[in-house]
Unconditional design. Structure first.
Length: 68
C-alpha cells in the first residue's frame, strides 16, 4: 500500500460485498491509497466475483474504459 500513492494510472477496483476471504475494507484501503481510483462494490458476489456476477463485472469494466 505505501507504493500505491505513486500510481497515476486510473484504476477500477471491483469487490464482492460478501467476500469472506478478503473483506471489503481492504478494497476501501486500496481505493484510498490509489489517487485515481474508483471502488465499485457488487452486492450478491463474494471472492470469485468474475464467476458469480460476470455480467455486472463486464458492465463496470466497459463503463470505466469508456470514461478513460
Amino acid at each position: 500500500p505505501p507504493l500505491l500513492g505513486g500510481v497515476q494510472t486510473p484504476a477500477l477496483i471491483v469487490w464482492g460485498r460478501q467476500d469472506r476471504i478478503v473483506p471489503v475494507g481492504v478494497g476501501e484501503q486500496y481505493a484510498r491509497a490509489l489517487p485515481k481510483s474508483r471502488l465499485s462494490v457488487v452486492d450478491g458476489a463474494g471472492h470469485f466475483l468474475e464467476m458469480e456476477q460476470p455480467e455486472v463485472l463486464a458492465k463496470l469494466i466497459v463503463q470505466f474504459a469508456a470514461e478513460a
